[in-house]
Design a binder for this molecule. Structure first.
Ligand code: TXA
Ligand code: MG
Length: 326
């Protein structure tokens, strides 16, 4: 059985002894192994049921020297680290040919970030080595934002889960391809947006198409257990039969009762700001999964750059609301 612990030293010893430990970060919980321990890293893939060619993010303490892991750091990447680390920004940079292929997915790059969570920063300095960590969910599923979520996903594993409370960002880090010296490319949207990056790198373009292979581009991802449907406008729900209304857990920006004649037994009203929606998104999808409805229907966010990360995740997790069968 997985166990939730509060003792950071116990987590450090366990990592030193070659065990996988779930750690809190500001984005989502991770499944961590010491980055120098090949068999512990293999164990991450087994627990997560993740294909071996999907690379892992290296998590480092904020002020660590990266030269052992990264072969060249573009000037602008230094600027981004100075500005956003510790924080929800991952940089993909060139690495050495002899790097562990379980970390790189067999590519010549490595993804690195410094999580903005005091417990994990302390854990890293105590451990003295970086850890590699994917999100602590089974492959393709919703990422966990509490220690209990991790425990629920891995009931039958002997996993230590270091409790750091609820993740404050709530969605995974923004990933930037920083392999080219003159330009960068966002590979995965996150709470740090293109505008935030442009603000600190006003002279740099992000126009070029990235050559980096990125597995987050799979058509489906972030999936709850129940079927997830998305819709743009609340009146799309009106077309469904009353029985379908009973079967649906609705997550929307405004209360259907105010615009529709129909009644939904399960409804969660999303907050207005993109930061608050990011904080709630996975948490509420898990709440919906625990309800007795058959399926979940979620409203897509409005247009706008700050909503891209949330929209991207909903589109990958679900499919368009059908007007007939659920
Ligand atoms: O917020 C986060 O980034 C969380 C927390 C735990 O730090 N981690 C996370 O890891 O989301 P994961 O493994 O679920 O997603 C990392 C993504 C994967 O899609 C992987 O393919 C990509 O990063 N990635 C890792 N290394 C890469 C590399 N060298 N080149 C391109 N993509 C890479
Ligand atoms: Mg993940």
């Amino acid at each position: 059985m997985s166990v939730i612990i509060k003792d950071i030293q116990q987590a450090v010893s366990s990592l030193k002894n070659g065990k996988v430990v779930s750690i809190p970060t500001e984005t989502v919980y991770g499944l961590a192994a010491n980055a120098g321990d090949h068999s512990a890293i293999r164990e991450i893939f087994r627990i997560k049921q993740r294909p071996l060619n999907h690379p892992l993010i290296l998590h480092v303490a904020a002020d660590w020297d990266l030269t052992k892991w990264v072969s060249s750091i573009p000037h602008y990447a230094h600027v981004l680290m100075k500005h956003f680390w510790p924080g929800p920004l991952t940089l993909v940079m060139p690495t050495y040919p002899q790097q562990n292929t379980l970390i790189t997915g067999g590519q010549d790059t490595i993804a690195v970030r410094s999580p903005n969570h005091p417990i994990t920063q302390f854990l890293l300095t105590q451990l003295g080595d970086p850890v590699v960590a994917p999100s602590a969910n089974r492959f393709g599923k919703v990422s966990p934002t509490t220690a209990e979520h991790v425990q629920n996903s891995f009931q039958n594993e002997e996993l230590l889960i270091l409790d750091g409370g609820r993740c404050q960002v709530g969605i995974e880090s923004t990933i930037v391809d920083a392999t080219q010296p003159e330009h960068y490319q966002i590979l995965r949207q996150g709470i740090i947006t293109e505008t935030d990056i442009q603000r600190v790198l006003p002279q740099l373009s992000s126009k070029e198409k990235s050559q980096v292979r990125f597995s987050g581009q799979l058509a489906t991802h972030y999936q709850p257990e129940k079927k997830l449907f998305y819709f743009s406008f609340l009146n799309e729900l009106e077309a469904l039969s009353p029985q379908k209304h009973k079967d649906l857990y609705v997550i929307a920006f405004s209360d259907p009762k105010e615009t529709l004649s129909s009644n939904f037994s399960y409804f969660y009203q999303l907050p207005n700001s993109h930061e608050q929606v990011a904080f709630e998104l996975y948490y509420q999808l898990r709440q919906a999964d625990m309800s007795c409805t058959k399926a979940i229907a979620i409203q897509l966010p409005p247009e706008g750059e700050q909503w891209k990360a949330i929209k991207e995740r909903i589109l990958k997790a679900g499919s368009m609301l059908p007007t007939t069968e659920i």
